[in-house]
Design a protein around this ligand. Sequence first.
Ligand code: ADE
Length: 351
Amino acid sequence: MNPILSLQAVDFLLAWYRTYRRDLPWRHTKDPYRIWISEIMLQQTRVEAVKPYYARFLEACPTVQALAELPEERLMKLWEGLGYYSRARNLQKAARTIVNELDGRMPQSYEGLRALPGIGDYTAGAIASIAFDLRVPAVDGNVLRVLARVSGSTDDIAAQETKQRFRAELAKVIPAEAGDFAQAMIELGATVCVPNGAPKCALCPLASECVAHLQGLTDFVPVRSAKKARRVENRTVLLIRDGNRTALRKRAPKGLLAGLYELPNTEGHLSEAELPDYIRSLGTEPLQIQRLEDAKHIFTHIEWHMIAYAVRVSPDFDGLREDADLLLVPNEELHRDYAIPSAFSAYTKYL
Ligand code: ADE
């Protein structure tokens, strides 16, 4: 069987990458720690969104030791707005493993990296190839798309066996410059063989041997099976304030947005008439209620459809019911010390 990319295609791709690659902060280093941070941030997140977080994170945590020792609340604050917070928790878990069990040094093999929390096949391959030039495949969604098109494959790219087959095919053609090759494949998928809209085949170094391009199939390849529909949850979000303080709640340590601070919210859409009783159940008396705009937030498997109210409560009540789990936070501390996930960004602008 022919290789998935010819030797000439690999050469063209490397030459293309060296000329046209974007100048990105994580492309100025071979430090496996920095590459690890970048790869974790880039999962499910756009390059432009990652840039400022990457710089701030590395300033706060320049080493794996610093990350291992960072207090949880600061870690969440550094990640605030990036989403998928379990990525940050896994980073820290892995950093602690590295410090406590591996002498503080990042593993230098694919298998060693793959064994750490939060590091899957793709990320282990990306770090091993980019930091150490190991010839291991790094196949993310970008690379899957490129490989499906170049080979004209109509196999479902969401299927595990398709990914494994492409990984094995790609492994056979990785050149000595494994790091540049890995990033070139990603870059081609991100900037030329794009996911939405027509691919820019006129600019592609692989066009002369791309089956999808040559057969006019780029609109039909890759094939991806439909994702399961997200579950819709109606929620009522509350901005409960007494003038100088705002109520926050810490979420449960497991599950969606685990351990983060949120605006108090409850299942269902409460009407304005139902609201006073609900506020009393928290142990306080509403003085004034104002309906805010509706908002939606989309998670991987769930969609929140939110309605919201700003609720003014009396400043002299000194504590909500303990079992309501609410915290009254002085407004000047809110933005400085608490990480509130962007699911609430329609409402945190009022704080
Ligand atoms: N997405 C995942 N890894 C990347 C990288 N190294 N550069 C640009 N985009 C990426």
